[in-house]
Design a protein around this ligand. Sequence first.
Ligand SMILES: [Zn+2]
Length: 129
Amino acid sequence: MGKSKQTGNHKSDKKKNIAKTWKTKRRTKDLDQIHDDMKPDNAARLLKQEPDYDVTGCAQFYCLHCARYFVDLKTMKEHFKTKVHKKRLKELRVEPYTQAEAERAAGMGSYVPPQSVHVQTQPVEEEMS
Ligand SMILES: [Zn+2]
């Protein structure tokens, strides 16, 4: 038995697959993750990030509800007016699914529909010079 004649074909195959996987994974956060981000502590952290030069707008303009970065304040404000953003706010108005709710739905105790959460666009600091 000599050496295997395989020439690394396997490797390049793998690479291709990984690229494909990444493409399908390229999606924004799930709503429950965003609900988590909306907690005051997390929100403050996300909205006041250290400048990251690899990220759009150096990570200084972040829409909490859509989990998106923008190039500048103007672009972000424009985004707040768009359908996508408004739709997202609407989606976020429903309380995240909880264990208590699952139990209620399963007939343990009386069913109470999920509470509405007041969601609004994050305040924008006007005095950025
Ligand atoms: Zn948004």
